[in-house]
Write a protein that binds this ligand. Sequence first.
Ligand code: NAD
Ligand code: AHE
Ligand code: ZN
Length: 445
Amino acid sequence: AEMEKSDLLAQFKQTAGKVIKCRAAVAWEPKKPLDVCEIEVQPPKKGEVRIKIFANALCHTDIYTLDGHDPEGLFPCILGHEATGIVESVGEGVTSVQPGDIVIPCYTPECREHDCVFCQNPNTNLCPKIRAFQGKGVMPDGTSRFSKDGKTIYHFMGCSSFSEYTVVAEISCAKINPYADVNKMCLLGCGISTGWGAVFNNCKVKPNSTVVVFGLGAVGLAVVQAAKEAGARFIVGVDLNSNKFELAKKLGAHECVNPTQIGDKSIKDYLLGIEKWGYDYTFDCTGNVKVMRDALELAHRGFGESCIIGVAAAGHEIATRPFQLVAGRVWKGTAFGGWKSRTEVPQLVAKVMRGETTLDPYISHFFKGIEKVNETIDALHSGECIRAVLQISEREPVEAPKVTTVSSHRHFNGYVKRMKHFSKVNNCEMQFSIYIPDRKGRTDK
Ligand code: NAD
Ligand code: AHE
Ligand code: ZN
């Protein structure tokens, strides 16, 4: 917290406990441009946190809800769920964050209670503590913190980050490194984390495996990037838009194919022409139920796994012949890549800050000012966009001590990492090596 300019913290002391009037992008009804207008944001209640938003990237799911495809979509609402911000004030009983902390609001919370069978299980992140309220567009006391001229505006996915200020539950608030680049790390609030986690957590992709990724938006590209990191030997990207192929190849795809450019062949026959028995892992990152079927049926006979990441429109259902599963294929899915949000999102931020992976290629568009919000939507529709980041408030620059990874080698059930940093004490760059043993399980991270 001491990292922020003291005048910002002083300003937060002034607004704490009071209604804040600020600008937000309101979705009054489906399929209409967002309306940037002044709203009122109530102070956080018990167990809640009010956040000043720095940056928000647009995810396809925001568009899906705006376009009226989400059975849980409520209007008017404030969309946005891929963001960074700074805690302005906290409600009663909040202990894990304080004003001045840099946070990523997460649509998947983590209550960490001893009797939460989900938080206590290392194999899932689906903490249900506030899920029903998130689906109804309200906070856990059943009411909204947003209004305009007395009219209630609903929350969205427990985040609503297309606003200068928002209120989220404490259990949805991942506190990250205060030196993090907030214009970049917002991407870890959804799409990229999801793609990485589908590979590392849900499928646990093995070295030397074969992978097909349908849909090369940010989510699919993150799957490609993670599959490459996991050591996959053959990664195929599939998209109707060939503009996506260059980046997919840069991130690790060995081959890219456009189903509209393979003559009369179906994409399934085309891909089975390369790997006769199918692929070890296939991922749907499109939300199209026909693609989901192809993805499942392209999983390897006997042991292939197909992971659904895409979100399908209301009323759409998946289908396949049960024989496909009898023949050993596994159909699974992911929510937020299986990451336990408050625990693991800060670790993903750290991984990026150490230079072990990168978010840079995903940011194809950057807009300054909330009034540009509809330009992020136009960008995502244009087919040229991977992620459009909207800077909602500028953060004072903070000077971070840089520690980056020089090399990382497997060594006796762990890694030896050589790191470098600039030592102010010695006034020169210095290197050191550390040995990090493997984690035994997700819970001892
Ligand atoms: P995006 O719109 O940026 O990318 C989707 C890509 O799929 C585009 O490149 C598009 O050309 C391609 N595509 C569409 N139809 C296709 C088809 N029939 N065959 C091949 N390619 C096709 O979207 P995104 O932000 O990357 O999100 C991808 C999907 O993942 C969306 O459905 C989104 O709602 C969902 N999502 C799910 C989670 C989760 O936790 N499960 C998290 C984030 C996003
Ligand atoms: N409201 C939709 C559900 C949408 C959905 O499946 N959402 C994904 C996240 S998309 C992020 O961009 C998810 O993780 N769902 C788990 C959850 O608890 O919502 C509907 O169909 O009702
Ligand atoms: Zn999303």
